[in-house]
Design a protein around this ligand. Structure first.
Ligand SMILES: Cc1cc2nc3c(=O)[nH]c(=O)nc-3n(C[C@H](O)[C@H](O)[C@H](O)COP(=O)(O)O)c2cc1C
Length: 242
């Protein structure tokens, strides 16, 4: 196995950082790797917010479901899906572009997330850990106000970066489910109860699948945070003026 494949397989999230700054050289490498990711029609349908303000980081750490490590991260990048800038350019020279639609936003979200993953991989190669923060999509009104997001621009992903503490380096990586459940050949296969249990039961720490799944559902899907997140994302889509 080559070093790149090994690094991709070993990579895990970092949520505690050393008090060591990320150099400008490393930051520029991360950003340059990011914008060189594949991008639909070479349009780069995203804008990256480089959050340097301590106050904004603090607000984000609160708005993103109270995750204090966000405020301590030396580098915080927000990947905005941004189909608006091309539309604005078309309008600015007097063209008559069709209205932006949800489909344009979804393509831009793809673009933004492909770019963000290049940032993760580049950082990893420099010894810098990272963690996605999905909660950036929560708290629709507050995040929009804080970052001055116009309609047609959606915070697809947030990444925090920093050098991992020893504890983070030694923390075991959470296991993934078996490939055979993830890769379906040629067409989609709806998995039955038996296969679903086979897939997920290794995650049940006490070997009691139903008890574990009930707790997981309550924590991850039926919880207030999950409902709020889902409502907030739906609001961005409803806000979309099309
Ligand atoms: C879309 C997305 C959103 C995530 N949001 C958060 C988050 O808000 N907070 C957090 O601590 N980790 C977050 N993560 C990290 C996941 O929890 C982590 O990737 C997962 O548990 C697997 O662990 P690993 O990355 O260490 O392998 C997110 C990851 C993704 C891809």
């Amino acid at each position: 196995m080559n070093d790149i494949v090994q690094a991709l397989i070993n990579r895990k999230s970092t949520r505690a950082f050393l008090e060591k700054q990320i150099s400008l050289v490393d930051k520029n490498l991360i950003l340059t790797a990011s914008v060189n990711a594949p991008t639909a029609g070479n349009q780069q349908l995203y804008t990256i917010l480089d959050i340097t303000s301590v106050d904004v980081k603090k607000s984000l750490s609160i708005l993103c479901d109270n995750q204090p490590f966000i405020a301590k991260a030396p580098l915080v990048l927000i990947f905005l899906a941004d189909p608006k800038k091309w539309h604005d350019a078309y309008l600015a020279v007097g063209l008559s572009p069709r209205k932006l639609q949800i489909g344009d936003l979804v393509l831009a979200i793809d673009d933004a997330l492909v770019a963000s993953q290049n940032a993760v991989t580049c950082a990893e190669s420099l010894g810098i850990g990272s963690c996605y923060i999905g909660d950036i999509m929560e708290n629709h009104n507050e995040v929009k106000n804080l970052l001055h997001l116009p309609s047609h621009v959606f915070p697809a992903g947030m990444l925090v970066f920093g050098f991992p503490t020893e504890q983070q380096i030694n923390r075991p990586k959470p296991a993934r489910v078996h490939l055979k459940h993830i890769v379906h050949e040629n067409s989609y296969r709806t998995m039955d109860h038996v296969e679903l249990e086979e897939m997920f039961s290794p995650k049940a720490v006490d070997n009691n699948y139903e008890k574990w799944l009930t707790a997981f559902c309550n924590r991850k899907f039926n919880s207030d945070f999950s409902i709020e997140m889902s409502n907030s994302i739906s609001k961005y889509f409803r806000d979309f003026d099309y």
